[in-house]
Design a protein around this ligand. Structure first.
Ligand code: ADP
Ligand code: ADP
Ligand code: MG
Length: 461
């Protein structure tokens, strides 16, 4: 069944991105919006738009009944969930299919299995993919937690089985920490994710976050190489690259092959990401989780491979076989993405939604700016602060960082404070140029280099 029309069950920059892919495929688009989002760019760009509820996401973008009803009323063939919101909600995928529509992503059961981070660890182990040393399954109580921690050694991470978006993770440096955090973590996970299930992982210190893009049609599975996402704050990515700089070729091959093995293990259908921690010193890598959706940082992969990942996931959902053979996926050059948020880095990353008075978007060869912004747009305060992504591509990493510095200088957003200045400082930083970073690098850099430069502490909030 070819998809002729689709509903975008999301907002912001990813809604705009999905509309672009749909238009290129000749697909009619229907955009949902909350009462706070009447003015958003995707509403203007889509062929049709329907309001689904009040500003609170719980009552609009997270309201399964309302979103499915909007899709049925609009008469679309399919629903694209984007990232965040309902994108990894198995019940939503089931509800879309039960309404006779196509969910653009894996089947509900696959989302359920891989979205449970404990079950996903078991899948990885079955596929022969190394996982982080930790608990065999969910942990029943403090006694079991301490036993696991004694075995793996401290520090350990207490993680929520249903966690995501960098939330639901705590570090315990010793037994006293574990005794203090464990009971709280369970209650918090239950409140945040509706599932109090916890598991334990050893903390892999000075590791890089390296993830592999996968595509599957249920029978054929390929990878589109890796992304380097070590520059994080509060366990959320801030800056991403492809490929991972300084990753030895044999490690790259092993990582990518293991991601494909995992995809095959679950007969994966759609686009997905297998996330790993990679230890530079030992060359060991460890599976951490699978994201069964398009990711924020997908453009860096598109830039180095020339593959339109959103178009590909729409085609696969429409029943097409993978249109790309593994041998045809080649890495060309280097790409970097900077997440532009309306947040003030010198005031503890305080969210700063507001009106865009002036916007100058960088352009030129190898420069892409995915955004929801336009001049005069008033960013509503209710949602994620990500408002754009500057993606730059060049023949190698040095050239890419030079081009990035120029593009950042051209990018002018007058109105609310943004993270553009932070990215300028990062793009010119010798340690970032050297590329030898790890998942704690950015937080340490913010406390030292950035605080020194701005004369303000970056962590007041
Ligand atoms: P990516 O790997 O694509 O960067 P993230 O984990 O940063 O993915 O999540 C992408 C978006 O989805 C972010 O806006 C994040 O806040 C949101 N998100 C991810 N998981 C959850 C979740 N379980 N609950 C709420 N929001 C989430
Ligand atoms: P989420 O579902 O919230 O994205 P992840 O399990 O992917 O959670 O972890 C988010 C980030 O937390 C990782 O990118 C990494 O920086 C850090 N992290 C996760 N697990 C570990 C670990 N075992 N050791 C060290 N850092 C970790
Ligand atoms: Mg993750």
């Amino acid at each position: 069944m070819t998809i002729r029309s689709l509903l975008i069950a999301n907002r912001g920059e990813i809604a705009v991105r999905i509309i672009k892919a749909a238009k290129a495929l000749g697909i009619r688009t229907v955009q949902i919006y909350s009462a706070a989002d009447v003015d958003m760019l995707a509403v203007k760009l889509a062929d049709e738009a329907v309001e689904v509820g009040p500003p609170a996401a719980r009552k609009s973008y997270l309201n399964i009944e309302a979103v499915v009803a909007a899709a049925k009323a609009a008469g679309v063939d399919a629903v694209h969930p984007g990232y965040g919101f309902l994108s990894e909600n198995a019940n939503f995928a089931d509800a879309v299919e039960a309404a006779g529509l196509t969910f653009i992503g894996p089947k509900g059961d696959a989302i359920r299995l891989l979205g449970d981070k404990v079950a996903a660890r078991e899948v990885a182990a079955r596929a022969g993919v190394p996982t982080v040393p930790g608990s065999a399954g969910r942990i029943d109580g403090l006694e079991e937690a301490t036993a696991v921690a004694e075995r793996t050694g401290y520090p350990v991470m207490i993680k929520a089985a249903a966690g995501g978006g960098g939330r639901g993770i705590r570090v315990a440096n010793n037994r006293a920490d574990l005794e203090r955090h464990f009971p709280q973590a369970s209650a918090e996970a239950l409140a945040a994710f509706g599932d109090g299930g916890l598991y334990l992982e050893k903390v892999i210190t000075r590791a890089r976050h390296v993830e592999v893009q996968i595509l599957g049609d249920g029978e054929n599975f390929i990878h589109c190489y890796e992304r380097e996402c070590s520059l994080q704050r509060r366990r959320q990515k801030v800056w991403e690259e492809a490929p991972s700089f300084l990753l030895p070729q044999d490690a790259r091959e092993k990582l990518c092959a293991s991601a494909v093995a995992l995809a095959r293990e679950v007969s994966y259908r759609g686009a997905g990401t297998v996330e790993y921690l990679y230890d530079d010193e030992t060359g060991e890598f460890y599976f951490i989780e699978v994201n069964t959706r398009i990711q924020v940082e997908h453009p860096v992969t598109e830039m180095i491979t020339g593959i339109d990942l959103v178009a590909e996931m729409i085609r696969i959902a429409g029943g097409a076989k993978l249109s790309i053979a593994q041998e045809r996926v080649k890495i060309a050059g280097h790409a970097v993405e900077c997440r532009i948020n309306v947040e003030d880095p010198v005031r503890g990353f305080l969210p700063t939604p507001g009106r865009i008075d002036r916007l100058v978007v960088p352009a030129g060869e190898g420069v892409r700016f995915d955004t929801m912004l336009y001049e005069g747009y008033a960013i509503p305060p209710f949602y994620d602060s990500l408002v754009g992504k500057l993606i730059v591509h060049a023949e190698n990493r040095d050239a890419c960082l030079d081009r990035l510095a120029r593009a950042l200088a051209d990018l002018t957003i007058v109105g609310p404070p943004t993270t553009v200045g932070l990215h300028q400082a990062l793009a010119g930083d010798p340690a970032v140029k050297g590329g030898a970073f790890h998942t704690r690098f950015l937080e340490q850099w913010l406390e030292t280099e950035f605080a020194g430069e701005t004369g303000r502490t970056a962590e007041v909030a």
